[in-house]
Design a protein around this ligand. Structure first.
Ligand SMILES: [Zn+2]
Ligand SMILES: [Zn+2]
Length: 284
């Protein structure tokens, strides 16, 4: 059984529609796929309707959070949330707040670029991004305007925290996010927690603390994790009795990684499903 628990569609910053994504997952030989767009559940229904026969869909989301970095300063953290009840009102309100933060941040970054003479139209970027705007939308606009050769270059040069155009947003504190998802019957897995290329790292003491507060698991195998870091995380998962996942973090055409590039062990997948009480997986 091949299981990929972290993917993005056009509903956030991927390039495949939810329907294209699940069809592609089937064609790639996956048995189960999770749709985990940033801060939204908007792609769930389309993915479910297009699910190829024999496949399982895990409805999830990747939530924008903030935790404490190894250097003691706040650091952005992504928290995967699976199988939570989307109707839970306090969690639904928080997702809406996070989407508002995203739009405001992308607009403000685009305005800084435009004011500096870069050929970026903030209105056009936001119109193309929809409800879940993100830095990848800015990256694509910069590439289309010929400012940078690739999306990766945009992230390295103009969209990284050291760039004068970079702005923070007010994400959900990790503790609160773990508690909210649990209250909605969902399971949380901290995403790409050792992705050094993305910047400063979360203090692993935070993961230990969150485990005591109900964190479900750690994304161990991820394209941005070095082998040595995966080993550190595997040991931590064992020590804390958490679920270990492996996923591609597929975004479509922008990044080299394919669906199923990393996968989750079926036993770990069973544990994740057993822990959830919000909604069930969908089998076609
Ligand atoms: Zn992420
Ligand atoms: Zn992701």
């Amino acid at each position: 059984m091949r299981i990929d628990l972290h993917t993005h569609s056009t509903v956030s910053d991927g390039t495949d529609t939810p329907a294209e994504l699940v069809r592609r997952a089937g064609a790639a030989g996956l048995d189960a796929v999770a749709l985990t767009d940033h801060d939204t559940t908007a792609g769930w229904d389309e993915a479910a309707a297009a699910l190829p026969a024999g496949m399982t869909l895990v409805r999830g989301m990747e939530m924008s959070c903030t935790g404490l970095g190894e250097d003691g300063r706040p650091v952005p953290v992504h928290l995967l949330a699976y199988l939570f009840d989307p109707a839970d009102s306090s969690f639904a309100a928080e997702r809406e707040r996070l989407r508002g933060e995203r739009v405001a941040r992308v607009r403000a970054m685009a305005e800084r670029m435009a004011a500096d003479g870069l050929p970026i139209d903030p209105d056009a970027v936001l119109a193309g991004a929809g409800a879940v705007a993100g830095r990848p939308h800015l990256a694509r606009a910069l590439m289309a305007a010929g400012v940078v050769p690739t999306v990766d270059a945009a992230f390295r040069e103009l969209l990284a925290p050291h760039s004068p155009y970079y702005l923070d947003k007010a994400d959900t504190p990790l503790d609160r996010a773990v508690a909210m998802v649990a209250a909605a019957g969902g399971v949380t897995v901290v995403a790409h927690v050792r992705a050094r290329s993305r910047g400063r790292l979360l203090d692993l003491a935070e993961v230990r603390r969150l485990a005591a507060l109900g964190l479900g698991g750690i994304e161990v195998d991820h394209p941005d994790h070095a082998l040595a870091d995966r080993e550190i995380l595997r040991e931590l998962v064992t020590e804390l009795g958490l679920i270990a996942t492996g996923s591609s973090d597929y975004h479509g055409a922008d990044k080299a990684i394919e669906l199923g590039g990393f996968t989750t062990d079926p036993e770990q997948f069973e544990r994740l499903i057993d822990k959830a009480s919000g909604i069930s997986v969908i089998a076609a």
